[in-house]
Design a protein around this ligand. Sequence first.
Ligand SMILES: [Zn+2]
Length: 345
Amino acid sequence: MNYNNEINLKFFSEDLIKGYGGAIEDRGRGIDAVLPEELAEELSVPEYLSLQFDAEGDGEWTIHYGSPLLDKMVTAARERIPVTRSVLHFDYLKTAGFERLVQELFYFGNAVGKVGEIASTFNEYILLYCSYLAQSDEQKEGLLTFVYNRNTLVEVSSMAEHLAEISINSTDKTSPVDLSGKEIEIIEQLVQHSAQGVLSAELKDFESSMNRRYRRDVKNLNEYYTALRQEMEKNLQRSGLSERLIADRQEKIGLIPAELAAKTDDLFNKYSIRIRLKLSGAVLIRSPIVKVFFHVSVGRKKKTITLFYNPTLKSLEPLKCRKCGKDTYKPFFGKQMNILCSQCI
Ligand SMILES: [Zn+2]
């Protein structure tokens, strides 16, 4: 049984049930839940049930990795990401000066290139709200925002900061989810990747604080067991102890290192940080953009790549490495003229 997994599954289940309008009662290692009819039907379970999260448990409704009930719950959760739609309006859209902008932003490693055709068009972006919950001895919650070009999957999260200044026409707040299951899967991977860096910055102080407490408690624990061993060894020196008593106490002293190791492990678990990241909303943003077709050549090989001018960022978006998926302004071109980042050459 993995304690951390169990906790994650419990939170996930609670959120899902509450998100559907159900109610839960925490029973420590399990929960009692009242499910709305819709969810109960989807999961093929009764509307009132006790859920357990221990793979070895003998309850009727057990949720663990690999259990069919968990699979159904994950499917249900994905179907409920609320999506809204927005359309951006710009009074002015850049139509010239792209050659200079390309030179300023990009470094084409082994290629030379020039700007070709320019096309004003529209593109879709996906803005995602992800809530996170970091749990350790204390917990910290927060919300992260990520934005991706729906077409190229390049991350353009800084768009979010500028959106407030732009004329946005939010329409159809209740539109049903029209991100496909496959797309959600891809987005989840992108988010996992993007979140790593953001979360490590967000949680820096939290992590230091937990590390400090862990070191403090381990130090205290070591001091306690050292003193205990010394005390027990001193007592052994006393005269008049029977051989059996001496053997008994020596055995107890011998057990101290194992006990200390177990207690240190407990502390490690106590101060480990478990992070739960949850997609909690999405906005599909339709924006005017300019496509800049850029002709590159490496020796005799030629290729036309599409650069996206993003009016919210007032900049060109980076390209995506075909090998590792990282965004780059320093593309190199492989044998098949595929775009590679500097780490994947
Ligand atoms: Zn790469």
